[in-house]
Design a protein around this ligand. Structure first.
Ligand SMILES: Nc1ncnc2c1ncn2[C@@H]1O[C@H](COP(=O)(O)OP(=O)(O)O)[C@@H](O)[C@H]1O
Ligand SMILES: [Mg+2]
Length: 275
């Protein structure tokens, strides 16, 4: 694992490879105007993401993490600056992203398969192809035996895995996850971390994950992005030079893991890093 400071980047010793840029957030600011007040949620946010990266985003509550993800998905438009995804400016909701929220938001009357297939129905994807892909995703997330189960028959962790399948059904280039495991107990969260790491290693998706958990952020990411308090901006980035496929316990026991996690916690201004 290496810690790359902005200084070293500036010296050009670790110049990032910009050849396969998937996402480019350039000097983005987002201001919300409501009747009563005006909030500058993001200011001067710059983030370039290469295809296949796993970016963990951490930062204090209210610093604009969700706003940033929504902007990448085209659900909120920047008031200044520019976001490009796959070379085209994001100006409207994008079809080439998948979104997983903190709550699984499954339809209670639909079984697992039909909840996942909702994505195909909404996007007008060919049903036969979507069903085949649904089978693959159920297999990938160990849900094959639960295809016909209703949401209330599943644990919270399983429901969130269904939500992950739904977000991946249309094979999006980028997967956006906004505190997806925040409502789960610690052990379930650990299992899903291992599962998500496997999904990333096997599918080569580009993932942006917002999390409050520093260990989760460092364990999963190829790069951890730390945001500062409002108006939200990126205050530090850490490249995590661990193997693509990594095991859970050995990684968490690794001295270098602790070094990065410690630095991130320091930046967040609390010994426990908000976790
Ligand atoms: N639709 C909105 N209208 C007005 N203010 C908003 C809206 N969405 C977010 N905000 C404000 O923008 C700031 C950043 O919010 P958010 O992105 O949800 O932060 P985080 O996800 O980091 O907790 C907050 O002050 C929040 O109140
Ligand atoms: Mg949020």
């Amino acid at each position: 694992m290496t810690l790359i400071t902005d200084e070293r980047k500036a010296e050009g010793t670790m110049a990032p490879d910009r050849s396969d840029t998937l996402l480019d957030v350039a000097d983005v600011g987002i201001r919300f105007e409501t009747k009563r007040r005006s909030v500058q949620a993001l200011e001067h946010v710059d983030l370039t993401v290469q295809r296949g990266e796993f970016i963990s985003i951490v930062g204090p509550s209210g610093c604009g993490k969700s706003t940033l993800l929504r902007a990448v998905a085209g659900l909120t438009l920047p008031t200044s600056g520019r976001i490009e995804l796959r070379g085209s400016e994001v100006t409207a909701p994008r079809k080439d992203v998948g979104f997983v929220f903190q709550r699984p938001a499954l339809l209670p009357w639909r079984d697992v398969r039909r909840n996942i297939m909702l994505q195909a129905e909404m996007r007008g994807i060919d049903k036969r192809a979507a069903n085949a892909r649904c089978d693959e995703l159920l297999e990938l997330t160990s849900l094959t035996d639960f295809a016909k189960a209703l949401p209330h028959e599943l644990s919270g962790g399983m429901q969130q895995r269904v939500s992950l399948c739904r977000a991946l059904l249309h094979d999006p280039d980028v997967l956006l996850m906004d505190e997806p495991f925040g409502a789960l107990d610690a052990l379930t969260r650990e299992h899903l971390n291992v599962e998500l790491q496997r999904v990333w290693a096997q599918t080569n998706k580009t993932i942006l994950l917002v999390t409050h958990s520093v260990p989760e952020a460092v364990y999963l990411a190829s790069r951890v992005v730390v945001m500062g308090p409002r108006p939200g901006r990126i205050i530090e980035e850490f490249d995590i030079d661990l193997p693509h496929e990594r095991e859970y316990e050995p990684t968490l026991e690794d001295q270098r893991f602790h070094a990065v996690a410690g630095r991130v916690r320091e930046l967040l201004g609390s010994p426990m890093g908000g976790d």
